[in-house]
Design a protein. Structure first.
Length: 413
């Protein structure tokens, strides 16, 4: 396979919110010598993704710097900020978030905003990275599934998610299964149960918790509901050919029956069981996390500084859901782009590889501790959300409310 010489200084691997935010911010800083490599065949190839809440100090701040905040506000659902916690019998225990400045937007809508903000020719569709190695000159060599092999980039930024192919250049750490899995399903407006779902779930998001199980709902921009039914289960069961391989229609119905068993949701309120009976579009979402060792310097599994390579978003600090994922990823993009802009502002003689590596190390010095904190919070929240009772989750969220109130009283310090 012939190795092509890179035609851009920076390669961004992955056209998700993190990678595209980074690309747009480079454009804003006048840095146009980059390329985004994405595995999907085109912008309409992958329609998966739920709803995201973007927060003022992180996700929204990145969009402000990117000059996209007005586009975001036109699509953001400020009416969907409410979050309600119930027990397994459908009794409400806490409602919060009304009027909060963390509006919801569908992931697909956010991605469309970002894609529209970068030149079309910057995104190389149909380029699934299968391997990344360091060449004899010390620079990364990228091998794609379509047969293309490229080398010569001054910087490769892995924003390629949980199973990043760039990550092994920096750390051998791999995602570890948390033991919990979600069954994601939908209630569409055409579903005969839709009116009942509106009455039960309302706007925003809900979480019914208990018996070491959880049932989450999210109102989507198309008025449908996404449901997430989560609990402990063996890692292999959802894999291709596994007991509940959800690409097999018969196994989808077997999964539905399993969910309605008394070991799972069979003893829950009838209204919740009705949702399960009528839900469609089943898919699995197993929860993984990177070990903390992978973000710490030193040791066999530790993070090592590599010239011309770095990570951002889930590729850098994959964590169980903690409400911060996309916001943290977009903050990574903001911090990295800001530091690279300093490098691009240097004179031609000063814009060396060493100078670029130095600003990347500055970014990592901020990103890694933040990522470690997020992983710790993710594990703590996962344990609480999958608890025997709803009470620990209610207590945790009330403590968050108190902390937010104290910040406002202290002037945000």
């Amino acid at each position: 396979m012939t190795i092509q010489e890179a035609t851009a200084e920076i390669a961004i691997i992955g056209a998700g919110p993190c990678g595209l935010t980074f690309a747009r911010l480079l454009e804003q800083h006048g840095m146009t010598d980059y390329a985004v490599y994405e595995r999907d065949a085109g912008r309409t190839a992958n329609r998966a993704g739920g709803s995201l809440d973007l927060r003022p100090g992180s996700g929204q701040r990145a969009l402000e710097e990117a000059g996209l905040i007005d586009e975001f506000k036109r699509l953001a659902r400020y009416e969907d900020t409410v979050f309600t916690i119930y027990d397994t019998k459908g009794k409400e225990h806490l409602r919060l978030g009304e009027g909060r400045d963390a509006p919801e937007i569908d992931r697909l809508q956010l991605q469309e905003i970002l894609l529209d903000s970068v030149p079309e020719d910057k995104v190389r569709w149909g380029h699934a990275l299968v391997d990344a190695q360091l060449g004899s000159d010390g620079r990364p060599v990228l091998t794609f599934g379509n047969g293309v092999k490229v080398s010569g980039f001054k910087l490769v930024v892995g924003t390629d998610g949980a199973w990043s192919k760039v990550r092994p250049l920096i750390t051998p750490s791999k995602p570890v299964y948390t033991g919990r899995t979600y069954f994601e399903t939908r209630i569409q407006p055409t579903n005969p149960l839709y009116e009942s779902a509106i009455s039960l779930l309302g706007r925003g998001s809900t979480s019914a918790v208990g018996d070491n199980h959880i049932l989450l709902s999210q109102k989507q921009g198309d008025a449908s509901y996404r449901l997430y039914l989560g609990f402990q289960m063996p890692e292999h069961i959802l894999r291709q050919g596994g007991q509940y391989d959800l690409s097999d229609a018969d196994k989808v119905e077997a999964a539905r029956s399993m969910l309605l068993d008394d070991k799972h949701y069979g003893t829950w309120a009838e209204s919740y069981k009705q949702l399960i009976r009528h839900a469609t579009d089943f898919r699995g979402w197993s929860l993984y996390s990177l070990p903390a060792a992978g973000l710490s310097e030193g040791g066999e599994q530790g993070w090592k500084a590599v010239s011309g390579v770095t990570l951002a978003g889930d590729a850098a600090h994959l964590t169980p859901p903690n409400g911060e994922g996309v916001n943290l990823a977009m903050t990574d993009a903001l911090d990295l782009a800001g530091r690279i802009s300093r490098w691009t502002g240097l004179s031609e003689g000063e814009r060396t590889q060493d100078a670029l590596d130095a600003v990347v190390r500055e970014y990592e010095a901020i990103m890694l501790p933040r990522g470690l904190k997020s992983i710790s919070k993710g594990h703590m929240m996962t344990d609480i959300m999958f608890a025997e009772s709803h009470e620990p989750f209610v207590k945790l969220l009330k403590s968050f409310i108190q902390m937010e109130g104290k910040k406002e009283t202290d002037g945000g310090s």
